[in-house]
Design a protein around this ligand. Structure first.
Ligand code: PLP
Length: 298
């Protein structure tokens, strides 16, 4: 267990010294937001996490597309043009010295005069961004894989929106940790939804499957990257509903997210997945993923 926790700890990265607040780069420790901000009071906002390698964001356009979709769904006017967003993200990365990092971006509906459920007219959204270091997965993590627990999805019915209201995944992550797992794999009855903060892939007899886009899951950008990786490897991907029963029978399970790339799940609910170690298909995906990073952002 102690060893498991130490591998987990590598994902906990502190904020870097410079942040973005409403169009200005400020010291992270000095950034202040009103307690009447609707992000704080209602979780009324959306966010993005963009991976950056060698100072260059990966798939920034796709992240901006999803940001726009989230703002449209919440009927929040986007405060910036695409060009201005890109400028601000690059300024934020540069202010923190470039290199490899994750960029967190949040847009809330802004601060009101009080606490009404219905937003006031003409609210000014709050924009906050900060960076945190990301490191490539450690060799021992790649050699051993991660543990996951299957949990019923207790989140809401619009998981396609990258909402900042994350108390569901927080509770699910705490429960997964209590079970000695690094990630919760969520099911809705007999259907695989997604990871509590990741997309999920399953491999059986060499066939790779991942569930389709729906209101039950976030349109993961890393899932698209893994799709491109599989194309490059000429490995077909089946996009279809995955039954809960397929999980314990899988040869391989992977999770994918912006800050964790694609990681092999080698134990599910305390039982070995496949042979109990990272599988051969995942290994090919991992190597090609590194090559793609080099090509696109290296
Ligand atoms: N699904 C959920 C619920 C997530 O929170 C995340 C990432 O945080 C993902 C999937 C993976 O999305 P992405 O690949 O865009 O990081």
């Amino acid at each position: 267990m102690a060893r498991k926790l130490s591998l987990l700890a590598q994902h906990m990265a502190n904020a870097l010294p410079h942040s973005l607040l409403n169009g200005a780069i400020v010291p992270t420790n000095d950034a202040r937001i009103s307690p009447l901000d609707r992000g704080f009071l209602f979780g009324d906002g959306i966010y993005e996490v963009v991976p950056v390698y060698a100072g260059k964001p990966l798939r920034l356009t796709a992240h901006f597309d999803r940001l726009q979709d989230g703002l449209d769904a919440l009927e929040i006017a986007n405060p910036y043009s695409r060009a201005r967003w890109a400028e601000l993200v690059h300024e934020l990365i540069a202010s923190n010295g470039g290199g490899d990092m994750g960029v967190y971006l949040e847009v809330s509906r802004g601060a009101g005069k009080g606490r009404d459920f219905l937003p006031e007219p003409d609210m000014q959204p709050t924009v906050f961004g900060f960076c945190f270091p990301i490191t490539p997965p450690k060799p021992e993590l790649l050699a051993r894989g991660i543990a996951a627990a299957t949990l019923e999805d207790i989140r809401w019915q619009r998981c396609d929106i990258k909402s900042i209201a994350l108390v569901g995944p927080v509770m699910l992550k705490m429960e997964a940790k209590r079970r000695g797992a690094d990630e919760a794999i969520l099911v809705r009855g007999e259907r695989l939804a997604e990871g509590s903060s990741s997309a999920v892939f399953v491999v059986k007899n060499g066939r790779i499957a991942t569930p389709p886009a729906s209101h039950e899951r976030l349109p993961s950008i890393t899932r698209l990257v893994v799709g491109d990786v599989l194309d490059a490897l000429k490995l077909p991907l089946e996009v279809r509903e995955v039954r809960r029963g397929e999980l314990p029978a899988a040869d391989e399970i992977w999770i994918a997210s912006s800050t964790r790339e694609a990681l092999p799940v080698t134990s599910l609910d305390g039982k070995a997945v496949g042979e109990g170690g990272p599988g051969p298909v995942w290994r090919r995906v991992f190597d090609e993923f590194q090559a793609l990073k080099q090509r696109e952002a290296g």
